[in-house]
Design a protein around this ligand. Structure first.
Ligand code: SAH
Length: 350
């Protein structure tokens, strides 16, 4: 136990981890050891952010997608998905509701939907910024050209989420069809950073074929990229995908990885994701107690929520924005945390 404690202190001090220790933490550590890790990560997060949690209002504005990622429920080939797009007015009304509830960040997420041309995305971003000038706009709409990203930035979007999914090219090919490459996705992240976005990368834990060596490569990629946010959630199978019968990722391992990431990247924005809340009823609370500091409640209109299904069993699909908001604030309070109604930029951007 003392030896483990020392290793955690060393990890926090050096901000480095060996593949062997990563594997030990993910697969062999005892419950007591994991609690030592989480306590250290929690303290680290609190030393930077206090006992506060930032909210991001997620608006899932289209589930049309031209890609065919093997894990994803809204993949092109899923003929059972009931497709929808939100109009500009509907999106703006989500934001209005969001600001009333105290949200200062809106995340527009969707499939890669060619209907939304660059002009349409820019129009959307401008309209939101005009009505809500004190709020941040995050885009999460996949791989685009440098020029497109530049246009979105100039229209006023300031953050972009694009999980790299896996840094290992062979593993990437196990999860995606041939027309997609990990190298291109990584290049997109570098482009986004260069343009000046606050960027979020990330992975799913427990995807088919994933090994600890892959996760180690992911960490190395993150150390090179130095993202502002890291999104981590367990892989959860969707019934209408090629991975329908694959086992889901573990909530415990996800929580342990969140804690490791907090120690390696003390200032990073780290969400306790909806997928984690789906894999474990208290996953988001446990994530916060392991060093996460962001929650992304759903702001999508309730009539489309059960259509943006990336995986089976997604929580909060039957609720209204106000209910989710009240529920999450209550959940945070119960564990001694307060939701801060601020934009919640990365510390380097303040
Ligand atoms: N089209 C956008 C948004 C993708 S959805 C893009 O390409 O970035 C956001 C994230 O959900 C994905 O990056 C992926 O990591 C995660 N996701 C997709 N399918 C999932 C599944 N079956 N289980 C858990 N997470 C999943």
């Amino acid at each position: 136990m003392e030896a483990f404690k020392t290793k955690i202190e060393e990890l926090a001090e050096s901000r480095k981890i060996t593949p062997e220790f990563l594997d030990y933490i993910l697969h062999q550590a005892t419950e007591e050891e994991r609690e030592i890790l989480c306590a250290k990560a929690r303290k680290t997060a609190q030393s930077i952010f206090g006992k506060t949690v930032y909210l991001r209002g997620l608006i899932e504005f289209t589930n049309y997608c031209k890609n065919d990622c093997y894990y994803c429920g809204i993949r092109l080939s899923n003929k059972n998905a009931c497709r929808y797009r939100l109009s500009l007015e509907e999106i703006l009304s989500c934001c209005d509701k969001g600001e009333e509830l105290g949200f200062k960040t809106f995340v527009l997420q969707g499939g890669e939907d060619p209907y939304y041309t660059d002009d349409k995305i820019c129009e959307l971003v401008r309209a939101i910024k005009e009505k809500h000038p004190s709020c941040a706009v995050t885009l999460s709409i996949g791989e685009k050209s440098y020029e497109s990203y530049q246009k979105y930035f100039e229209a006023g979007a300031e953050r972009y989420l694009l999980r790299h999914e896996t840094a290992n090219e062979e593993h990437y090919a196990m999860l995606h069809p041939k027309n997609l490459s990990g190298a291109h996705r990584k290049q997109c992240l570098r482009d986004l950073k260069k343009i000046g976005f606050q960027v979020g990368c990330g992975i799913m834990l427990g995807t088919p074929g994933q090994t600890t060596a892959h996760i180690y490569e992911d960490i190395q990629f993150m150390q090179e990229l130095q993202p502002h946010m890291i999104g981590i959630g367990p892989f959860i199978a969707h019934k209408d995908t090629p991975f329908h019968d694959r086992p889901s990722g573990s909530a415990e391992e996800t929580i342990a990885l969140l804690a490791v990431l907090r120690l390696l990247f003390p200032k990073v924005l780290l969400p306790a994701t909806t997928a984690l809340g789906t894999a474990d009823a208290f996953g988001r609370e446990k994530g916060i107690l392991a060093g996460a500091n962001v929650i992304m409640p759903n702001l999508s209109p309730s009539n489309v929520r059960d259509k943006y299904l990336l995986y089976d069993g997604k929580i909060c699909t039957g609720e209204e924005a106000a209910e989710c908001n009240a529920c999450l604030r209550g959940r945070m309070k119960k564990i001694g945390y307060e939701v801060a109604d601020v934009r919640g930029d990365h510390p380097d951007f303040i």
